[in-house]
Design a binder for this molecule. Structure first.
Ligand SMILES: [Zn+2]
Length: 378
């Protein structure tokens, strides 16, 4: 089994996390493939033992954060059928696994694979009833990855769903002796990409051909996450560059995401705020409501004034996407603010330099960081 590092754990999805799961679902699937909120509610209500989440443990600033989930329904069919997507047959012995989603901020760490392994383990141990088989639909590019977890390919599915061609994959939980595959053989299949979804987001073209894939035992994912966590306790970084000194076009990669890490601007602090590739550059737009006049704390002298052309890093879907960040208390809306919602301001978690960004108070998935109020260093 995978050996996930401390801080990530599996648990059946509590009802109050359905909205969070739906958020991951719509981020992970094209619109014509994503399950509706109602479908997810149905699955959680009727088959709660089949709705498993991977959570990041709570911090002082946050309740547990849903990083990934897998959910399904029971069917008396031996393969995934269209009907099984919207119905649950309690007497069925096949789990039709409909969704496996990993937060975009936590992909390629092996969480999807570990979740699937945990799911199969629970099914084997009887936690899902008298289940004999897990069946799913895989897009062509993900078949090898499922095989690494022990799934067998049956062939092209008859199910029409979205634009893609789907393949039936099954994992028999009590296989006949001769059907058992040697795990070492399965693990040798190349493929470092996370299992993002079933059917799910496209895996990058390079995803299936990485030379050094993590094994099913997961030391790679443990190392990666341990390295991320270790960043929090490193000494202050040397002073960072400001956005104004970085040539246009070098701030973002081809996907429009930050090439360099975001750090606190205060000389001598340099606390790591955001890893590379997590923030999405946004210019203007109605989301960029950083009202400077009325309702925010006074800016630090280090900060340039925020102008209407201010650019932002959009960070989603939760505070856990940040490496370190502090939140102000809720600031009530200014008089005449049409939005009428309170906001919180973001600052350096170590020296409290801020505000460097903002978010709405209460339920939100969007965190906005000023491009000009953070430092950049690889
Ligand atoms: Zn700082």
């Amino acid at each position: 089994m995978s050996d996930l590092p401390a801080g990530i754990y599996f648990a059946l999805l509590p009802q109050e996390y359905i909205d969070d799961a739906y958020e991951l679902e719509v981020q992970g699937y094209p619109a014509d493939e994503a399950a509706s909120l109602e479908s997810l509610r149905y699955r959680q209500a009727h088959a709660p033992a089949l709705f498993l989440g991977a959570f990041l443990a709570p911090s002082p600033q946050s309740k547990p954060v849903l990083l990934a989930f897998a959910c399904g329904t029971l069917t008396s069919s031996s393969l995934v059928t269209h009907a099984s997507m919207s119905s649950h047959d309690p007497s069925g012995t096949t789990v039709a696994l409909h969704s496996l989603c990993v937060s975009p901020t936590h992909r390629r760490l092996g969480i999807g694979r570990a979740l699937l392994e945990e799911y199969a383990k629970r099914a084997r141990e009887g936690a899902m009833g008298g289940v004999q088989r897990i069946a799913l639909l895989s897009r062509a590019s993900l078949r090898e990855l499922y095989k690494q977890v022990g799934f067998k390919e049956i062939g092209e599915s008859e199910v029409q769903h979205g634009q893609e061609k789907w393949y039936d994959m099954v994992l028999d939980l009590n296989p006949a002796e001769e059907d058992v595959q040697a795990p070492a053989e399965a693990a040798a299949v190349p493929g470092g990409a996370d299992l993002q979804s079933i059917p799910g987001a496209a895996v990058p073209a390079s995803g299936g051909t990485e030379p050094d894939p993590p094994t099913m035992d997961g030391p790679t994912q443990a190392q990666v996450i341990a390295a991320l966590l270790a960043e929090r306790t490193r000494p202050p970084a040397p002073d960072s560059r400001t956005a104004a000194t970085i040539p246009a076009g070098e701030l973002t990669d081809a996907r429009g995401r930050n090439v360099q890490r975001l750090r606190c601007l205060r000389p001598g602090c340099g606390s790591l705020i955001l890893l590379e590739g997590v923030g999405e550059l946004r210019e203007g737009g109605e989301e960029s409501l950083f009202d400077l006049d009325a309702d925010r704390p006074a800016p630090h002298p280090l900060f340039p004034p925020i102008t209407p052309s201010q650019k932002w890093w959009l960070v989603t879907p939760s505070p856990m996407a940040f490496e370190n960040v502090a939140f102000s208390r809720a600031v009530p809306p200014a008089a005449g603010d049409s939005g009428g919602r309170a906001r919180k301001y973001l600052g350096c978690a170590e020296c409290e330099l801020g505000p460097v960004g903002w978010c709405w108070e209460g339920a939100t998935t969007e965190y906005w960081v000023s491009v000009d109020r953070v430092g950049y260093r690889t």
